[in-house]
Write a protein that binds this ligand. Structure first.
Ligand code: 4NP
Length: 148
């Protein structure tokens, strides 16, 4: 799960996807990272921790890190929150194989629409509620596909 800072959107996505794997009885390694480095080592934004907690998910133990090209070797699927993240992830890919692992996280929910999870950092609390709902629906769509 990849966003810009790894403190708002992708930590929520990581928390939701881990919970969905648990609920659906699936196994997998889920992690998140940011394409920028300014928040490395920080916990998620308090607003992300709050909205996750309201929905029964504890993301407070996460710590921000940067996405690196070694992640292409560690993961089969890489989900970007927006087009800028998508382009930046692909830019550091090492091969065509790597590029094929990268998707927009809402693509299963809204096929062929290139829909983005909006960056909630500079907005209010309602932005985080909207982000949570989008990610919950988006991750559910991904899990349904993985189960097929
Ligand atoms: P995220 O949100 O990419 O969802 O973690 C942001 C966090 C921090 C900044 C921008 C977006 N920032 O500019 O510091």
């Amino acid at each position: 799960m990849v966003c810009l800072g790894n403190i708002c959107r992708s930590p929520i996505a990581e928390g939701i996807m881990k919970e969905k794997l648990r609920i659906h009885g699936l196994k997998g390694t889920i992690d998140s990272a940011g394409t920028a480095s300014f928040h490395i080592g920080e916990p998620p934004d308090p607003r992300s921790i709050d909205i996750a907690k309201k929905n029964g998910i504890d993301i407070s133990g996460q710590m921000a890190r940067s996405f690196s090209d070694s992640d292409f070797g560690r993961f089969d699927l890489i989900f970007a929150m927006d087009k800028e993240n998508f382009d930046n992830i692909r830019r550091i890919s090492r091969s065509e194989e790597d590029k094929k692992k990268v998707y927009m996280i809402l693509d299963n929910l809204f096929p062929d629409q290139q829909k983005e999870v909006p960056d909630p950092y500079y907005g209010g609390k309602d932005g985080f509620e909207k982000v949570f709902k989008l990610l919950d629906d988006g991750c559910e769509a991904i899990v349904s596909k993985l189960k097929k």
